[in-house]
Design a protein around this ligand. Structure first.
Ligand code: AKG
Ligand code: FE2
Length: 191
């Protein structure tokens, strides 16, 4: 089964996925991109393997090498208004979105199939630059259920519930540079 993540009436067909276009203006987008490019972005590292996407984290950093979550530089002032608006969109408390992950996907970079680490709960993402398709899949007895959502530049999405916990997601390599900002809260079991 393959489906678009929203039907004709914009009802999510993937429970736990919400999405909105035009979450930031073009001016805000340009400023956010310039800020991300100003950061010391480093290739994402996973078990000695270097991903093509460039990232940096604020608040908390998940280290895929040792599975530790460690505190890092607090969210900078320029991210706080966006964090607060993202929290309202997600129905989360502003102070609960304790992590900001900045990513630049240069041409040829994407992100493979994964679920976000279970230490985190809410996942709220803002897309900048160019359109991307976020793909979702869920294993069934025979093969996978599949869904996808088009992420327009300047849009926001929120993953919770089944979309967050039961489905994996990925973004295929793009031909042009895309930037994203992902805010996350901690899962309650982490205190
Ligand atoms: O770039 C995005 O919007 C998604 C990033 C993502 O899935 C992740 O970092 O876990
Ligand atoms: Fe993810």
């Amino acid at each position: 089964m393959t489906m678009r993540a929203f039907d004709l009436f914009d009802t999510p067909v993937l429970p736990g996925l919400s999405y909105r276009d035009d979450f930031v203006t073009r001016e805000e987008e340009a400023t956010l991109i310039a800020q991300i490019d100003r950061q010391p972005l480093a290739p994402f590292r996973f078990q000695g393997w270097l991903g093509k996407r460039l990232t940096t984290s604020f608040g908390w950093h998940y280290d895929f090498a040792n599975h530790h979550v460690g505190e890092t530089t607090p969210l900078p002032d320029w991210l706080l208004p966006l964090r607060d608006r993202a929290a309202v969109f997600a129905g989360a408390a502003q102070a609960d979105l304790v992590q900001a992950l900045l990513i630049r996907y240069d041409p040829g970079a994407g992100i493979g199939w994964h679920r976000d680490r279970p230490v985190f709960e809410h996942v709220v993402g803002i897309s900048l630059g160019v359109p991307a398709t976020m793909r979702f899949r869920r294993r069934r007895d025979k093969g996978f259920d599949r869904a996808s959502v088009d992420l327009a530049p300047r849009s926001i999405y929120h993953l919770s519930g089944a979309a967050r916990h039961d489905w994996e997601h990925s973004i295929a390599e793009m031909a042009r540079t895309r930037w994203s900002i992902t805010f996350r809260s901690f899962a309650a079991k982490n205190g």
